[in-house]
Each structure stands twice: as structure tokens, then as C-alpha cells.
Design a protein around this ligand. Structure first.
Ligand SMILES: Nc1ncnc2c1ncn2[C@@H]1O[C@H](COP(=O)(O)OP(=O)(O)O)[C@@H](O)[C@H]1O
Ligand SMILES: [Mg+2]
Length: 381
């Protein structure tokens, strides 16, 4: 599950398509097919394959044009492409390579040769593939402390620093991320939770991911009222699938309770525990830290304090740090996010995180610093 290479085979001749698709499946590939250039580009948009076998002569967009379009986009500029054509003239081959093909095979194809060429290309691509993502989990000391706000703003800030980021609201019940971003989405994690974990290969997962205009890749909590359940197997399969094509995978976790959150947190390189600077939240945070300690996850955990409204009674950083049992001067509490109720309300009305819409306010700066801290502490792992 999940680890098979995914080949997209494109040909307008049904016979060729069927023959090659069966052959590649038997050779251990996940295969998807397309009968013309448009369909091919659409399937690539849904989920980028590991390799494309691309016929040249097709009605509509030719294989040459498909290849040129793939090369013009960053996500597919490096994608291995083998062109397949009945045209065996030197000039045609040159045209294929000029369009960006990695290899060119003439019809009638010797299937074994095509497979060997495909495997050679894949093998080489393995070494140039981006390493798998750093996983950062955001979790609350209790409900409503601002987990989604922090996750979205850190994501936006990381994108501003040139990182590729995927953000998942990993829960089975309706969430709030779409409201923070003021979005209407056609798909969400519910589509995946309706499947059994064994069906969750990376293609199924990645085609549910939505691209936000900022460049952020998003998978949000279910929007409908159906009863989904999120098992630890679902959580692991979704995280594993999303880790492949992003530098940072951010998890918005509703809470720490039971096996599902344990599974998700074990996948994380860093855990950011969010609390408010008042006694009830801090006590709840202390209890969560104990659980994380029992799961041997305390070392990778840091605390961020977020205040949502100004109040004289709020605890100071040192008080929170002491109350949580961190030695003075240790790096337990790594961030303090000050309140800015109006700015955050406006941000969700516009669907633009404060780190982007109001980067100069103190809260935005603190969130950007948190993003920097995470980048700095995950680079060389
Ligand atoms: N620093 C802040 N100042 C004022 N309001 C904030 C701040 N951070 C978050 N909020 C607001 O708090 C509310 C709850 O945040 P949310 O991120 O949805 O919490 P959670 O994901 O923990 O349930 C949101 O309406 C958000 O705009
Ligand atoms: Mg939330």
C-alpha cells in the first residue's frame, strides 16, 4: 500500500492502453490511464504521477504539447516522461526531446524494453526527489485555544519563506479551518475517512488535497454531518501519503486523547502544544505534557502561549514555564502570541492569515518567529 510507483499511461488507442496498463500493473505499478492530452493534464493535476508514458499523436493536445505544459510547471518540471510514438524519424525524436521528454520509444513497443526504461528513469528520479517532509503537530491544551489559528499562520509564514507546505485538519468531525480561510471546498478529509485505510494509497489521498491561492496545500476536516471515524490506521496512511511531496506537513490536531492522536504525534518531528496564559489551560497543558512524557514524546514538544484577549490577570511567560515544570532558562515555552481580537476577526473575514495581511502587528510577528523557530530546528535532521 502506498509505496508502489504510480504510472500514468496516455494513449488514444484503447488496445495499446489496455495492454500497457495490464503489463505495468503486473510489474508492480499503480496505473492510471488517460485517452487524450486534456485528460492526462487533468489527472496530473489531481495527483502527480511518478512517471508518464505519453503517446505523441492524439486528437486535441498532442503529446509534445502535454510535455511542454508539464515542463512549464514547477510541480511537474522534473517528472519523468517517456514518449511513445509510431513516428520513428530522427526529426520526431529530436522534437520529443526538445519538448522535454526524458526518453523516446517507438511503436510497436517492446513492453519489456519500455518497462526497463521506465524503471531506469524512476531509479534515477529517486535520487533527485525531494526528501520527505518534516512533520509538525499543533495541538491544544484544551479545546478552542487557537490551534487552527497558529497552524494556518505558521503555514502561511513558511510559504512566505519559500517552503512548500501541506496543512491537514486531522479530525473526523466538522472543523473551522475553512472559516479561517473563508473558503468553500468541494472536498475534504471526509472523502478519505469514508474509505478503508487499506484503500488510502498516496494517490487517493493527494487527489483530495486542495491548492489554496497562497500555494498552501490543504486537507480540511469534514464539512458534512456524516459520522466519520478516524482510526490510527487512517491517520498513519494519510500522514504517510502527504509526506511525499511537501517540505513541511503541518497537522492541526484537535486534542491529545487516545491512540489516534498518539499515532499522529509519533509521526511528528516537532510537537507544538498551545495553551492560554490562565490557570485552567496551563493545568490542562501540564497534564498533556505528562501524557507526552509517558509516550516518550516530551523531548520533541515545545509550548506556545497564546492570549486571545487582554486581561490583567493573565500569567507571564516565566509563571507559565514554572507552572509547567520547566527549569528556569530552559527552552520549554518558545513563543508568546499577544492578543489582537480585531485583527484575527478581520483575517478570517478576508480569509487571509494575519502573518500575510498584517505582518507588522505583534501577534503576526510572534507567529512568524514561531515559523522561523520551526524551520531553524528542523533543517538538518
Ligand atoms: N492572538 C489572538 N488574539 C485574538 N483572537 C485570537 C488570537 N488567536 C486566535 N484568536 C481567535 O480565537 C478563536 C479560536 O481559534 P481557533 O484557532 O479556531 O481555535 P482551536 O483551533 O484551538 O479551536 C478564533 O476566532 C481566532 O480568530
Ligand atoms: Mg481548530
Amino acid at each position: 500500500m502506498g509505496n508502489k510507483p504510480y504510472a500514468l499511461i496516455v494513449d488514444d488507442q484503447a488496445g495499446v492502453l489496455e495492454m500497457l496498463s495490464l503489463f505495468f500493473q503486473r510489474a508492480g505499478f499503480d496505473v492510471e490511464t488517460a485517452v487524450n492530452g486534456e485528460e492526462a493534464l487533468q489527472k496530473v493535476d489531481e495527483a502527480v504521477p511518478d512517471i508518464i508514458i505519453l503517446d505523441v499523436m492524439m486528437p486535441g493536445i498532442s503529446g509534445f504539447d502535454v510535455c511542454r505544459q508539464l515542463r512549464s510547471k514547477p510541480q511537474t518540471a522534473q517528472l519523468p516522461v517517456i514518449m511513445l510514438s509510431a513516428k520513428g524519424e530522427v526529426g520526431d525524436k529530436v522534437k520529443g526531446f526538445e519538448a522535454g521528454a526524458d526518453d523516446y520509444v517507438t511503436k510497436p513497443v517492446a513492453r519489456q524494453e519500455l518497462l526497463a526504461r521506465a524503471n531506469a528513469l524512476l531509479h534515477r528520479a529517486q535520487y533527485t526527489k525531494a526528501p520527505t517532509a518534516q512533520v509538525i503537530a499543533f495541538v491544544g491544551a484544551k479545546g478552542g485555544v487557537g490551534v487552527t489559528t497558529v497552524a494556518i499562520n505558521v503555514a502561511a509564514s513558511m510559504i512566505g519563506s519559500g517552503k512548500s507546505v501541506t496543512l491537514v485538519e486531522l479530525q473526523a468531525h466538522p472543523g473551522t479551518m475553512i472559516y479561517h480561510l473563508n473558503m468553500v471546498l468541494a472536498q475534504d478529509i471526509g472523502d478519505l475517512l469514508a474509505l478503508s485505510p487499506s484503500e488510502l494509497n498516496w494517490r487517493e489521498v493527494n487527489r483530495r488535497v486542495v491548492q489554496h491561492s497562497s500555494g498552501l496545500r490543504l486537507l480540511t476536516a469534514p464539512q458534512d454531518s456524516a459520522q466519520y471515524s478516524l482510526s490510527s490506521e487512517h491517520a498513519k496512511a494519510i500522514i504517510d501519503a502527504l509526506m511525499i511531496r511537501t517540505e513541511y506537513l503541518l497537522l492541526d490536531l484537535p486534542t491529545i486523547a487516545g491512540e489516534v492522536s498518539r499515532q499522529a504525534l509519533e509521526e511528528a518531528d516537532k510537537i507544538i502544544l498551545i495553551t492560554e496564559p490562565e490557570m485552567v489551560s496551563v493545568k490542562a497543558a501540564h497534564a498533556k505534557l505528562q501524557t507526552l512524557h509517558d509516550w516518550s514524546l516530551a523531548d520533541r514538544t515545545r509550548v506556545v502561549v497564546l492570549s486571545r484577549s487582554p486581561a490583567a490577570s493573565l500569567m507571564r511567560r516565566e509563571e507559565v514555564q514554572t507552572e509547567l515544570g520547566f527549569p528556569p532558562g530552559s527552552e520549554g515555552v518558545i513563543g508568546m502570541i499577544p492578543p489582537a481580537p480585531e485583527a484575527f476577526q478581520q483575517a478570517s473575514q478576508m480569509g487571509i492569515p494575519v502573518t500575510v495581511s498584517k505582518p507588522h502587528i505583534l501577534s503576526a510577528r510572534a507567529l512568524a518567529e514561531l515559523a522561523e523557530w520551526i524551520i531553524k530546528h528542523t533543517q538538518d535532521i
